[in-house]
Design a protein around this ligand. Structure first.
Ligand SMILES: *[C@@H]1O[C@H](CO)[C@@H](O)[C@H](O)[C@H]1NC(C)=O
Ligand SMILES: *[C@@H]1O[C@H](CO)[C@@H](O)[C@H](O)[C@H]1NC(C)=O
Length: 408
């Protein structure tokens, strides 16, 4: 009797070892198929991708030097190096990425110099690739144009201005950027602007003595709300986050930030801010950069990524989550989602972790479309308001700005 039981259980151990692995593999395959089906049904719109900057860094914006169908090959043939490339049409299609806020970025060294020019040149890059590859891309400025473009299998191309120094403290320049199609502006990059502080001050012991938005900074928010341009709080300081959430009449976004409680990097978002984001009906678009998912130079696993999604869902609900992977803006990406072709892996893993189709439709694109639509709605509700024609106070400007201004 005893012997029989022993043989029986030994057999079942062997059976589990042989068949268990393939059952798990089957389930993974099914989840991946399901993920792809969902992404065929609902648009996936990522909040932040630095392809325009990648084109500048590697090709000086010379369109003869690369083919956007295959950037891996372009890098090798133009520069002789594999380099870092996360985005091209081939991989966008494979990854079922339906739309993208392209980041319009010029670094902090351009501030008080040629920042306006450099940001405009990056807008030109997006206009040019949308035009050159018009079978694939479509330029979009209104939430209502997103679903039709998705149905036509176009890669929806929206503009996000990454850095507040782009407007050189001028509401007139802000309005011109809106006219050019910019639909969000990140208030700062990793440097202060004369009207808002950035995340780097949060590393200092006396961070709280720096403040967040100035009086003019609040005007910038009011004018963005009036226009219907989303306020983006990735890269800003903790106090600027709080001030902007206090001032904004429309939902705000974090276009590419993750959860501070899981990785306490100053670029990530603290719980109290996330709770205010929920009240504001805004969105955290989770950044996949290794250093924001897993602090301490560790390579993130898929579970580490899922933890950020789970945590945010538990704290503020699924209506306030999106994805802002930061591809082509970072050097290190998680092995399981290392470029734009791998979004289906992320969605398959979320399915494996109990996320349903409704959840996935929202975090893929429906939430960010709602945020854009809410900003449009607010703008419509104040359409009789005059543009704000305040100038920044001269005393708010560091002397370095006098070199790039003929007069105040
Ligand atoms: C914060 O402290 C540093 C020295 O650690 C000092 O240089 C700086 O002026 C202080 N900033 C403010 C706003 O008090
Ligand atoms: C995510 O949450 C689900 C549901 O609560 C849980 O089953 C799963 O283990 C969680 N995954 C991770 C990686 O935390």
């Amino acid at each position: 009797m005893f012997k029989i039981i022993l043989i029986f259980s030994l057999n079942s151990i062997i059976l589990t070892q042989v068949f268990g692995a393939s059952i798990i593999a089957d389930e993974k395959l099914r989840n991946l198929e399901k993920a792809k089906e969902i992404l065929d049904k609902y648009p996936l719109i990522d909040g932040h991708n630095d392809l325009p900057h990648m084109i500048r860094t590697n090709f000086m914006n010379r369109f003869g030097q690369f083919d956007l169908n295959d950037m891996k090959q372009s890098l090798i043939s133009s520069t002789g190096k594999e380099g870092i490339t996360h985005t091209d049409i081939k991989r966008i299609r494979e990854g079922k990425l339906s739309g993208q806020f392209w980041a319009i970025y010029a670094n902090c060294q351009t501030d008080a110099k040629d920042s306006v020019r450099r940001h405009l040149e990056q807008i030109d890059v997006v206009y040019r690739f949308v035009e050159k590859y018009s079978n694939d891309f479509q330029f979009v400025q209104k939430s209502g144009d997103i679903m039709p473009a998705f149905k036509n299998k176009k890669i929806i191309s929206l503009l996000g201005l990454e850095s507040g120094h782009a407007i050189d403290s001028s509401l007139a320049i802000l309005r011109v950027f809106y006219e050019l199609g910019v639909r969000y502006m990140t208030l700062t990059h990793n440097c202060d602007v004369p009207w808002a502080t950035n995340n780097q001050i949060d590393r200092l012991a006396n961070a709280s003595s720096y403040g967040g938005l100035t009086k003019f900074g609040r005007k910038v928010i009011q004018e963005m709300n009036r226009l219907g341009m989303i306020v983006d709080l990735s890269h800003v300081s903790y106090q600027t986050m709080l001030d902007a959430l206090d001032e904004s009449k429309a939902p705000v976004m974090f276009s590419h930030s993750s959860v501070y409680s899981l990785c306490n990097h100053v670029r990530n978002v603290r719980d109290d801010v996330l709770l205010k984001l929920k009240q504001n009906n805004g969105i955290l678009m989770i950044n996949l950069y290794n250093g924001f998912i897993k602090c301490g130079n560790q390579v993130p696993t898929m579970n580490d990524i899922i933890a950020h999604f789970n945590y945010t869902k538990n704290l503020i609900g699924v209506d306030h989550i999106g994805i802002g992977a930061d591809f082509d803006g970072v050097d290190l990406t998680p092995p399981d989602v290392d470029d734009v072709s791998k979004y289906p892996n992320l969605f398959a893993a979320l399915i494996e972790n109990g996320w349903n189709e409704n959840d996935l439709a929202k975090i893929a694109g429906l939430n960010v479309i709602r945020v854009l639509a809410d900003n449009e709605k607010y703008a419509k509700s104040v359409e009789n308001m005059e543009p704000i024609d305040d100038y920044i106070d001269k005393t708010d400007l560091d002397p370095k700005y006098s070199e790039c201004r003929t007069s105040f």
